[in-house]
Design a protein around this ligand. Structure first.
Ligand SMILES: [Zn+2]
Length: 238
């Protein structure tokens, strides 16, 4: 599951010419109350027009992403995608949909959690492995930064610094990444330290050899550290 976190760096230079196309929707059943949900599948995608951010968040108009954890719309149980039972898939032709059970036809797509729900999912024990905890805590980090992304000119200091719960979340992200010595892990920890205003620690994360593909991101984050900037920023703005 870790792959999704850092996929933006891998994809950066490999934007393909494939068009975005969807496969059949998968039908999922909640293991608690049997409620039916659906989820899109992707056949092909490309990363053209991607927007990349210093915290690793990225958006791709032609490569939508889907939630790994969600909440059953009926019983409210938090569920990892793999905890659902896959019971089938929607036919490609809309004409065939009339023969399907009503519950399939009316099924809602699984959705991303909100900031508060991610915290609640942790309280309910869904962060039961380091990998799952890291996924949720990075989602929390991104959801907090989402509040800044569109209003970036309004901030001179990272607003999370006044919120101990948010700071603790980011420190936990750093801790969870400590056993990972991949370049992405060092970049991510550098960014987390930078956003916390711990510029010395941030610099130490970047004082090592990086492969060429990472150098531009490393340079841009270093520049922000020198400026003592703590705000999430867009990457690769020429
Ligand atoms: Zn349910």
């Amino acid at each position: 599951m870790k792959k999704f976190l850092f996929i933006f760096l891998i994809l950066m230079n490999t934007a393909s010419l494939y068009a975005l196309s969807f496969g059949p929707d998968q039908i999922l059943q909640c293991p608690v109350d049997g409620n039916i949900h659906k989820v899109r599948t992707i056949r092909s995608y490309n990363t053209l027009g991607g927007q990349y951010w210093t915290d690793g968040f990225a958006t791709f108009p032609m490569a939508p992403s889907f939630p790994h954890i969600t909440k059953c719309g009926k019983c409210g149980t938090y569920l990892w995608r793999e905890e659902f039972t896959i019971i089938g898939e929607m036919p490609f032709s809309h004409e065939d949909e009339g023969n399907l059970p009503i519950a399939w036809q009316e099924a809602e797509y699984i959705r991303f959690l909100t900031l508060d729900e991610y915290f609640e999912a942790i309280e309910k024990g869904k962060a039961d492995t380091d990998e799952r905890e890291l996924y949720i805590r990075i989602k929390i980090w991104w959801a907090i930064n989402d509040q800044i992304r569109n209003r970036i000119g309004e901030y001179t200091v990272n607003p999370i610094l006044g919120n101990d719960v948010y700071v603790q979340n980011l420190l936990r992200v750093i801790k969870l990444l400590e056993n990972d010595s991949s370049p992405e892990s060092f970049l991510r920890r550098a960014e987390a330290y930078r956003e916390l205003g711990r510029f010395g620690a941030a610099t130490r994360m970047l004082n090592r050899d990086f492969d060429r593909g990472y150098l531009r991101a490393v340079r841009e984050i270093k520049k922000l550290i020198w400026k003592k900037d703590t705000i999430v920023r867009r990457l690769f703005l020429d």
